[in-house]
Design a protein around this ligand. Structure first.
Ligand SMILES: Cc1cc2nc3c(=O)[nH]c(=O)nc-3n(C[C@H](O)[C@H](O)[C@H](O)COP(=O)(O)O)c2cc1C
Length: 348
């Protein structure tokens, strides 16, 4: 079927997602500092936190004063903001959902039904493990929808647990019947982890199994052109980007321009990218202090260098930094300042 292009904004409950581009939840990465970076560049319709364990939240609530570290920034930052939770107990999840709505006034509560990591699946029977029991998913979603109303509840799934047990069409119907306001699908199975390619034909097919809630496609989008192609080729209302935005928080602004039919802004210069990384470091340091912040920044710094000439060399140095002085020195001396194309041209 042919879809309108540019793709119109879509709704998650009363929330208008404009542009229809979403920043994915990524554990260990999409904390408040990263989200601020994404917001500063713009072009994103909805931003998500890392996944937060509902049981852990409930336990902390009962035993200590602090809430999970992963909720850092959530109470105060700009909206719209989706907070993702994971667990398998409907009562705990609805309790935590209610808290997120009442106390934190989040825009969306998203449920993780896609995480393939053993700690979450085999040990906690949560994340993608729940795809094998759609009845349980129904119970979780419907309880949460009631507890969070009128704040919308959404679900994020994979195609199934394994290539042999793909059940995303059935699961999509269950998600909608249970009252979720949107469905996001990463086009791989849990068993695939990140191998192979996301199957966008399968994602697209799900649309015909949904009556009215929006479908958000996810997997392998790493350029403005791929975002445009996804909307042109596949039956989705929105798209979500994860890994590709980690060292490129400006990717959404580029994709949004492409969707408006405008020229895609060039990547920032390497000097600007380095400054962007240093700004990100300041945010991380402000929150976590110099020691913890510097260690945490190592992985982000690697993302900023990725794909550039000399990235491996930079990585090997930045992987060991543990103070601000060391970080600044390594950046000064080793952050890649020439693109692969420039190096090739020089060597030609
Ligand atoms: C480091 C990392 C952490 C992730 N954490 C989460 C998470 O907390 N919740 C979730 O639903 N998906 C998580 N994902 C999956 C992504 O949201 C996304 O579905 C997947 O990476 C595919 O999209 P991409 O090809 O754009 O990266 C994570 C992925 C990565 C690489």
């Amino acid at each position: 079927m042919s879809r309108p292009f540019p793709p119109p904004p879509f709704r998650i409950g009363d929330l208008v997602v404009d542009p229809p581009l979403l920043q994915a939840p990524m554990a260990g990465f999409t904390n408040a500092a990263f989200r601020q970076m994404v917001r500063e560049y713009g072009g994103v319709g909805l931003i998500a936190t890392e996944m937060v364990n509902a049981r852990g939240f409930a336990w902390m609530d009962e035993h200590v004063a602090e809430h999970p570290e992963r909720l850092w920034g959530v109470a105060d930052e700009a909206r719209p903001l989706a907070v993702q939770i994971w667990d398998n107990d409907p009562a705990t999840m609805s309790k935590v959902g209610r808290r997120l709505v009442e106390e934190y006034q989040v825009s969306v509560v998203d449920i993780n039904f896609g995480c393939p990591v053993r700690q979450v699946t085999e040990k906690a029977h949560s994340g993608s493990y729940l795809l094998r029991t759609p009845g349980r998913m129904f119970e979780i979603i419907s309880r949460l929808v009631k507890a969070c109303a009128p704040t919308p509840v959404t679900a994020k799934i994979r195609l199934g647990c394994s290539p042999e047990t793909i059940n995303c069409n059935e699961v999509a119907r269950v998600v909608e019947e249970a009252g979720a306001a949107a469905l996001t699908v990463h086009g791989r199975t849990a068993k695939d982890m990140f191998r192979g390619h996301a199957d966008w034909d399968r994602i697209s097919e799900i649309k015909s199994h949904l009556k009215q809630i929006p479908l958000i496609g996810n997997g392998d989008l790493d350029s403005a052109q791929k975002v445009v192609d996804a909307f042109k080729r596949y039956d989705v209302d929105g798209v979500m980007i994860a890994r590709a935005c980690l060292g490129r928080p400006w990717l959404f602004a580029q994709a949004a321009a492409a969707l408006r039919g405008e020229p895609v802004p060039a990547d920032p210069s390497l000097a600007q990218q380095r400054d962007c990384m240093l700004h990100h470091y300041e945010l991380v340091k402000q929150r976590f202090g110099e020691e913890k912040g510097t260690v945490l920044m190592r992985k982000y710094a690697c993302c900023y260098a990725q794909g550039k000439y000399g990235a491996r060399h930079f990585r090997s140095h930045v992987a060991n930094v543990s103070s601000a002085d060391e970080f600044y020195r390594v950046v000064e001396e080793h952050f890649p300042m020439k693109s692969k194309e420039e190096m090739k041209a020089e060597m030609a």
